[in-house]
Design a protein around this ligand. Structure first.
Ligand code: RM4
Ligand code: MN
Ligand code: MN
Length: 391
């Protein structure tokens, strides 16, 4: 009980504004009448999730979708205050403009690279104005056919641009570099894996870190090992959590493989036990709720993340270190399995009640009338169903 309580006291997870908006696949998009359209809708929905769960104080924003043009930072801050959340990570958009057909920061055309760097610099400015620390950078850059791109030259362009962007950071800000093996590029992707992201982060400067999106790996890859290595090198900046069965599916966390998420949390907490200090990691959600109700999917996600984090907190790391050094394989493995098999839900419920939160946030949401209210309000608007994210 005590371990679960102290784990939950420190665990916070960031909500993505785009997780409340209509999203789809390249084949189509099924619109939901309750989906958020405006930035106010997104803050309102995020505020509701935070009010019910108590662990989502910040909201990630995508610059193009949420803060187009000269976004008025004070208006955004007011919105955030009204809904009792804070602006979180800022995500530049270097993939939707027509100019980026052949890449952004790694485009062979210097004018496009400059445009992309300009947008990145503006995004850092937006983050400063909103007092948000992290700039999360994901690039779609890559190529579709062998021989069509100079891979090494593109890396140099990337390094140059990232170094230039890094000089714009405030001392407290961080540049998080996200990798992804493929899609939209289908032959080579400029930042395809954690090693490339790590080298680029090192080249960029000492405030750059790697961002691990759990959906951005080949299927059999050992993600917790990547996490362990990045931790050991002080280079793990944060996560984009989501689950997947095939590609970058953006399903709700733990829906397919909860043990995977548990193993990641276990590596982190094992590291923290060893160091006697908490690692500075931004836990963020990056999901696309195409079919599930967006609010429900988000609450479900947060509850599952808490559960898996709490389970990982049950691993007895002193015993684990002992079993590992004695090479007592079954004892070591059982420590993980026993923790994973423990039902932590009653303890989490107690923790919620002790903090004045509903014992069952999902049920509380269903009984709150919030969904009915936003469904009615949003479907009456002119242009209802228009989305502000993903094509
Ligand atoms: C990418 C990646 C990024 C997200 C974009 C829209 O696959 O996960 O984090 O911002 O999608
Ligand atoms: Mn992501
Ligand atoms: Mn993704």
């Amino acid at each position: 009980m005590e371990r679960v309580f102290s784990a939950l006291d420190r665990f916070r997870i960031e909500l993505p504004s785009w997780g409340f908006a209509n999203t789809g696949t390249r084949f189509g998009k099924f619109l939901q009448p309750a989906a958020a359209v405006t930035i106010e809708d997104k803050f309102s929905d995020a505020g509701e999730v935070h009010a019910l769960t108590g662990v989502c104080p910040t909201v990630a924003m995508h610059v193009l979708w949420d803060l187009p043009g000269n976004a008025d930072a004070s208006a955004i801050t007011q919105l955030a205050n009204r809904h009792k959340v804070r602006p979180g990570s800022i995500n530049p958009n270097l993939f939707q403009d027509q100019a980026y057909k052949f890449g952004s920061l790694a485009n062979p055309d210097i004018a496009v690279r400059q445009q992309a760097l300009g947008h990145l610099t503006d995004s850092i400015g937006v983050a400063k104005a909103l007092d948000s620390r992290d700039i999360s950078l994901w690039l779609a850059d890559g190529s579709n056919y062998p021989g069509t791109a100079n891979i090494r030259q593109r890396r140099r362009w990337l390094e140059e641009c990232l170094r230039a962007a890094h000089t714009e950071l405030d001392p407290k800000q961080r540049l998080l570099i996200e990798y992804k093996p493929f899609e939209p590029a289908f032959y080579h992707t400029d930042i395809a894996d954690w090693g490339m992201a790590l080298l680029l982060a090192r080249a960029a400067g000492n405030q750059a870190r790697v961002l691990v999106d759990t959906g951005h790996h080949y299927l059999s890859q050992n993600i917790e090992q990547i996490v362990a290595w990045l931790l050991a090198d002080g280079m793990l900046g944060g996560f984009h959590f989501n689950d997947r069965r095939y590609g970058d599916d953006d399903l709700t966390i733990g829906s397919i493989d909860p043990y995977q998420v548990f193993r990641i949390f276990n590596e982190i907490q094992f590291f923290e036990w060893e160091r006697g200090a908490h690692a500075d990691i931004a836990y963020m959600i990056d999901q696309s709720h195409n079919l599930k109700g967006k609010m429900e999917a988000m609450i479900q996600t947060v509850m599952t993340a808490q559960e898996l984090y709490a389970k990982a907190a049950l691993v007895d790391h002193t015993a684990l270190a002992g079993a590992q050094s004695r090479t007592d394989l079954v004892a070591a493995e059982s420590l993980l399995q026993d923790a994973f098999s423990t039902d932590v839900r009653p303890a989490i419920r107690e923790w919620r009640l002790a903090h004045g939160l509903p014992g069952d946030p999902l049920r509380a949401f269903r009984e709150s009338g919030y969904l009915e209210r936003i469904t009615a309000d949003r479907s009456q608007r002119p242009g209802a169903g228009v989305s502000s994210s993903y094509a």
